[in-house]
Write a protein that binds this ligand. Structure first.
Ligand code: SF4
Length: 310
């Protein structure tokens, strides 16, 4: 089978190991347009839940992937945007569980967790990874730039309510942006909110890929240390390590299929091509094709070229 529409990866994730991605939504649909988003600005800002694709189609792709015997550690429902916008999330998780014993994780911005049916869908997942970057309404609007119907109070209340009734693993993620939410007082305010959420882990992340907005900067190492201390968190290392994988035969198409869902930098592309035993000439060809593809943005960030869809 060629490129899948819903199944991608697996991609190595520090938290989830070899993570096989499942996208149940169209890109990029999200209830936020975070200033640090690696996918760029949100094209379709929405709080409206709907059926994007028949669950059957997603499951058929998943079954096809499984039939090839490729390995993975986790199935991660993520997509290019906010997966809880999918009305079929609960059914999707339940169906996926019929075909795999591997943990099912959902990465979410948490804005729809105030909605009971969203919480019920997420109860089916083994691991839920919501974001909590803000400490009040103003900072929520500044960092996450949510849809006008999303409020910070609802985000926090949804998280609390969910955490009190969830039996799986709840791992919060705090993305630190320099001079936006990384001050000591900001971190103490975030910690107060976290104390009321019954979560198992707090991960601290920093923008390591080109963000949606050029003004987004990484916090200093000292600040990250302070955040670890105040939040009692675990720092995610700056670079996604490990290998990417694709079942697409053509090297260029394989790189494109990954970039579609997960931006890559030049070193990651090189490593990926090396893992497929590409020669230097093949590697140069792939980069030439990437550079002449008008659908891609090539962004210089952290001293290397990063490739992502426009
Ligand atoms: S980071 Fe996540 S929640 Fe924020 S805009 Fe991007 S996809 Fe949406």
């Amino acid at each position: 089978m060629g490129e899948y529409q819903h199944v991608f990866g697996p991609i190595f994730s520090r938290r989830l190991g070899l993570s096989l991605g499942i996208s149940p939504i169209t890109g990029k649909s999200c209830s936020c347009s975070c200033i640090y988003c690696q996918l760029g600005r949100t094209k379709s800002l929405s709080m409206e839940r709907k059926s994007f694709f028949p669950v059957k189609d997603i499951i058929n792709e998943f079954k096809d992937y499984l039939s090839q015997g490729a390995d993975f550690d986790t199935v991660t429902i993520v997509g290019e945007g906010e997966p809880t916008l999918s009305l079929d999330l609960k059914e999707l998780i339940m169906e996926l569980k019929k075909y795999t014993d591997k943990p099912i994780a959902v990465i979410t911005n948490g804005t729809l967790m105030i909605n009971e049916s969203v919480r019920e869908a997420l109860f089916e997942a083994d691991i839920v990874l919501p974001s909590l970057d803000a400490f009040n309404e103003l900072s929520f609007r500044e960092i996450n730039r949510p849809h006008e119907d999303a409020t910070f109070a609802n985000l926090v209340n949804g998280l609390k309510e969910f955490s009190n009734n969830y039996s799986g693993q709840l791992w919060l993620e705090v993305m630190l942006v320099k001079d936006v939410n990384d001050g000591e007082a900001d971190l103490i305010a975030i910690k107060k909110i976290i104390d009321d959420i019954n979560c198992d882990k707090v991960y601290i992340n920093t923008p390591v890929r080109p963000p949606a907005e050029g003004f987004v900067k990484e916090p200093t190492k000292d600040t990250v240390e302070m955040a670890i201390e105040i939040l009692g968190g675990i720092s995610l290392d700056n670079l996604v390590t490990g290998t990417f994988y694709s079942n697409i035969e053509d090297d260029y198409e394989a790189v494109l299929a990954i970039i579609k869902r997960h931006p890559m930098n030049q070193y990651e592309i090189r490593e990926f091509l090396k893992s497929r035993n590409c020669s230097k000439k093949q590697e140069i060809d792939v980069f030439k094709q990437l550079e002449s593809n008008n659908e891609l943005d090539i962004v210089r960030f952290k001293n290397c070229s990063n490739y992502r869809y426009k």
